[in-house]
Design a protein around this ligand. Structure first.
Ligand code: AMP
Ligand code: MG
Length: 422
C-alpha cells in the first residue's frame, strides 16, 4: 500500500478499499504529470471564442478615445447651471458622434450634442434634452442637472497601459468585444488539442445497427463526443473496438502520436475480457488506480509516447463522472487554462441519500428553489452507474465525502453545478 492510499481498517459494513486513492490525490497526480501546451497560433478574433488566450493583453489606446456625451442633449459649462429658477442659453453649434463641433463653447451658450459625440472645448456637462425647453435657437435649463453629469471620460472603459485580459483565460463574447474595442484584428491563443476516443466491448452496437441477443447500443461515444465538443477540442472518433487483443493493440498504436489524449471506455476492470490495462502495459507507461469514488472506481491513466491516456470505466454514468472529475480538468490544464477546477456550493438537501463510508460519491441532483424561494437540492431517481437517465435529469452532482454515511433531509451537502463544469 503506498503512503497515499487510504489508511483505514475496513469491514463489510463500509466501502473502504485499502488499494484505492482519493479523487483529490488522483487529480493531483494527473496535474503533476501533464504539462500545458506551449504552442500558440494567431487567429482572427471572431474565431477565438472559447479558445485560451496565450498572452496578457494590455491596452495601447484609451477606450473611449475622447471625452464624450452619454446622452442626447446640450453640452454646457457647469457655471451656467442656475442655482434657482431657469437660465437661457443660446444654441451656437452641434456635435454628432463621428462629427465633432469645431466651435468652442462660450459662457451663455450651449451646443446641441448626441450620444457618443465628443464634448466641445469649454463644455463639461451635458443637460438631457428631456430637461430642456427649446424656443428657436435658445434653450432654457433648470436646476436639475448636476455639474459634470452625462459625460463619459476618455479611457473610462479601458485606459492606456491597463491589463485588459489575462493569459490563460477562455475567451467569452465580452472578451472578443474588448479585443475589438482595442482595434485588435487577431489574437494569440494556444493551439487546439486533439483528442481521440473509442469504446471497447463485444456487446456494443452503433446506432443504426440491429440489436441482437444481449447487445446494447454504445452510448459512451456519444456522451464523450458531446463533452469534448463543449471543450472545443479536435475530436477523433475511432469507433468501437472489440474485446480482442490484436484489435486493441492496433487501436492503441493508431492513436499514439496522432492525438494529445486518448480516451477509452470499458475494459478496465479485472474481468476476462478487460484488455485495456494489459495493452497499455505492453505499449506505454501506466498508472492503474482504483479511485475511492462512486461511480467509477477503476481508472487507468498513463502515457504512450507523447499521448496521454485515460481508460475510463464502461458504465455510462461512470464515464461522465470520471470525465468531468479527471479528464476535463486535465484537458483544460493541457490547453493552457488558468483555473481548471470547478466551484462547489453548499445547500440543504431535501432527499435522504443512502451512502456507506469509504468512497467519495457523485450522486446526481437537481438544484432548484423550493416553494419558499430557498435554494435546495434533491436527488434524481435511481443512482446506479448504468442509469444514464440520472445524468440527463440532473443539473448538478451532489458530492458526498469519503466518511459520509448517508444524508438526512435538511443536511447541508456540497453541490457541483453542471453549468460550472462546461
Ligand atoms: P466493462 O468495464 O467493459 O466491463 O463495462 C461495464 C459495463 O458498462 C457493462 O455493462 C458494459 O456493457 C457497459 N458498457 C461498456 N461500454 C459501454 C458503452 N460504450 N455504452 C454503453 N454501455 C457500455
Ligand atoms: Mg467490456
Amino acid at each position: 500500500m503506498s503512503e497515499n492510499n487510504i489508511n483505514k481498517d475496513y469491514s463489510c459494513m463500509d466501502d473502504y478499499d485499502p488499494n484505492s486513492i482519493l479523487p483529490d490525490e488522483a487529480l493531483k497526480r494527473i496535474f503533476n504529470t501533464i504539462s500545458a501546451t506551449t504552442e500558440t497560433e494567431s487567429i482572427p478574433i471572431r474565431e477565438a471564442l472559447g479558445r485560451v488566450l496565450a498572452l496578457n493583453i494590455t491596452s495601447e489606446i484609451n477606450v473611449p478615445s475622447g471625452r464624450n456625451s452619454a446622452m442626447d442633449g446640450y453640452a454646457i459649462n457647469a457655471a451656467d447651471i442656475p442655482t434657482e429658477g431657469t437660465h437661457t442659453l443660446k444654441i451656437i453649434g452641434s456635435s454628432f458622434a463621428g462629427k465633432p463641433s469645431e466651435i468652442k463653447l462660450k459662457k451663455g451658450g450651449c451646443i446641441r450634442i448626441m450620444t457618443g459625440a465628443i464634448l466641445p472645448d469649454g463644455s463639461d456637462t451635458v443637460v438631457m434634452q428631456e430637461l430642456v425647453e427649446v424656443s428657436g435657437d435658445q434653450i432654457s435649463i433648470g436646476i436639475d442637472t448636476k455639474p459634470g453629469s452625462n459625460v463619459r471620460e476618455a479611457g473610462e472603459d479601458l485606459g492606456i497601459g491597463d491589463l485588459v485580459l489575462e493569459k490563460g483565460m477562455k475567451l467569452t463574447p465580452a472578451d472578443i468585444g474588448l479585443l475589438a474595442s482595442l482595434g485588435l484584428a487577431e489574437v494569440d491563443v494556444y493551439r487546439k488539442l486533439r483528442v481521440a476516443f473509442f469504446s471497447t466491448g463485444d456487446e456494443l452496437r452503433s446506432v443504426g445497427e440491429q440489436l441482437d441477443n444481449g447487445a446494447i447500443y454504445d452510448s459512451n461515444r456519444y456522451t464523450l463526443y458531446g463533452m469534448l465538443s463543449r471543450l472545443g477540442v479536435d475530436i477523433i472518433d475511432m469507433g468501437v473496438v472489440k474485446d480482442d487483443q490484436k484489435l486493441m493493440d492496433k487501436a492503441f498504436l493508431d492513436a499514439t502520436g496522432n492525438s494529445d489524449i486518448l480516451i477509452t471506455s470499458g475494459g478496465v476492470s479485472v474481468g476476462e475480457a478487460d484488455y485495456v490495462k494489459e495493452t497499455l502495459l505492453k505499449h506505454g507507461e501506466v498508472d492503474f488506480w482504483k479511485v475511492a469514488m462512486k461511480p467509477g472506481r477503476p481508472l487507468t491513466f498513463g502515457k504512450l509516447e507523447s499521448t496521454y491516456f485515460f481508460g475510463l470505466p464502461g458504465n455510462p454514468v461512470s464515464v461522465m463522472v470520471t470525465f468531468y472529475q479527471f479528464v476535463q480538468p486535465a484537458l483544460k490544464k493541457m490547453a493552457g487554462e488558468r483555473s481548471p477546477t470547478p466551484v462547489m456550493i453548499k445547500v440543504p438537501c431535501v432527499s435522504s441519500l443512502k451512502k456507506r463510508p469509504g468512497r467519495v460519491e457523485y450522486q446526481r441532483g437537481i438544484l432548484e428553489h423550493d416553494k419558499n424561494g430557498r435554494m435546495v437540492v434533491r436527488k434524481t431517481g435511481a443512482q446506479g452507474s448504468g442509469i444514464l437517465r440520472s445524468m440527463a435529469d440532473a443539473n448538478c452532482f451532489i458530492v458526498l465525502p469519503l466518511e459520509n454515511n448517508g444524508v438526512k433531509p435538511e443536511d447541508l451537502v456540497d453541490v457541483q453545478l453542471f453549468h460550472g463544469l462546461v
